[in-house]
Design a protein around this ligand. Sequence first.
Ligand SMILES: Cc1cc2nc3c(=O)[nH]c(=O)nc-3n(C[C@H](O)[C@H](O)[C@H](O)COP(=O)(O)OP(=O)(O)OC[C@H]3O[C@@H](n4cnc5c(N)ncnc54)[C@H](O)[C@@H]3O)c2cc1C
Length: 381
Amino acid sequence: MSEYLLTKQQLMVKELTHKIAEEQIKPIAAEIDEKEIFPRESIDVLARAGILGCPYPEELGGSGMDFLSFVLAIEEIAKVCGSTASIVCTHAGVSMYCIELFGTKEQKERYMPLMAQGHLMGFALTEANAGSDSSGMLTTAVKDGSNYIINGAKMFISSAPANDFNIVVAVTGKNAKGRPEFTAFIIDKDTPGFSVGKPVNKLGIRGSLTAELIFEDCVVSETQVLGTIGKGMKVALASLDAGRICMGTQALGIAQGAIDETIQYVNERVQFRKRISQFQNTQFTLADLQTKVDAGRMLLWRAAKLKDMGKPFGTEAAMGKLYNSDLAMETTVKCLQFFGGYGYTKEYPIERMLRDAKITQIYEGTNEIQKMVIGRAVGLN
Ligand SMILES: Cc1cc2nc3c(=O)[nH]c(=O)nc-3n(C[C@H](O)[C@H](O)[C@H](O)COP(=O)(O)OP(=O)(O)OC[C@H]3O[C@@H](n4cnc5c(N)ncnc54)[C@H](O)[C@@H]3O)c2cc1C
């Protein structure tokens, strides 16, 4: 029972989020997936409960809890809805973290309380021709007096149509070696020259709308620079480290949710006058999967704990994301098999869980990129 490893406060966050997940998020999970509806009401409920601001200081509108508490909350959400978990991860796990870490006093005071209340902020790094290698981006920000003029486009931005603000990384110059230098900006949605494209039609996390951000002579004040000019990649890398714990936990939650649904089903379904749960294949497979899920959870708790202690956690976050996202795929594929033909239909949530699992191997750095990060950390050069 890994719950014994948690504090009273952490357990409280887990139980509160579990209740919201069961009462608010689970009942609409199939519909938001089917119709590609952004779950605005669920985000508002989570904001009111203090879950979006969970790991941030109370003076900035947060709940003053630790990051591990937030990880527990993400798992509870992901157990029932990958879309909602994904939205929460990007907003509260990635963008809020970057504002807290790199924002000026004014930026923190302006954005953090709004974000804790549910005004969403996206993180825009990827471009059509710059995915894993984000240094190949072409979006530029050119200094013009006390403003920057931004031109270009960002691809696959999570929650784009619902975001009130976005952190956007753009090229602002070249260094002495002729290599591009990058700067991060906070851009409000009503900034002239900024627009959002049509959401893409996706395999999974279909309630989390994903779209392009377009910048056409978009004028942004220099007060909107996030962090140091020319050090935008530092912001991006920090966002990825925290994001990997979150997306890894999204994967973990999907895997645990799939096991929970499967246990219910195999305990009831009868073939050959036996419940499916009585076949040794069922018992061994589910025992193996639950063991791996428990191991995966410990990898993520380790990364979160290191982060809470102010220690480096990038490698541990990459390991947690790599392991749990592969495990989410393995678990959902194997669990669906126990549902037979019914698992292949929308009558049960297992097919949605399988579709939602796949993205966790792709975003916040593909798993091949995680292996490069881990490879470097173990001393490969
Ligand atoms: C639903 C969704 C939401 C997203 N949300 C966001 C968001 O909010 N913000 C944002 O900035 N981005 C977002 N992304 C983008 C996502 O992070 C990228 O898709 C991802 O980083 C991979 O980039 P790519 O798609 O260009 O693939 P590519 O980089 O073209 O990679 C293609 C394949 O090649 C492999 N590969 C690439 N380089 C190497 C290498 N050196 N060694 C071995 N294999 C390699 C990759 O692992 C992958 O398998 C999102 C994407 C999706 C689909």
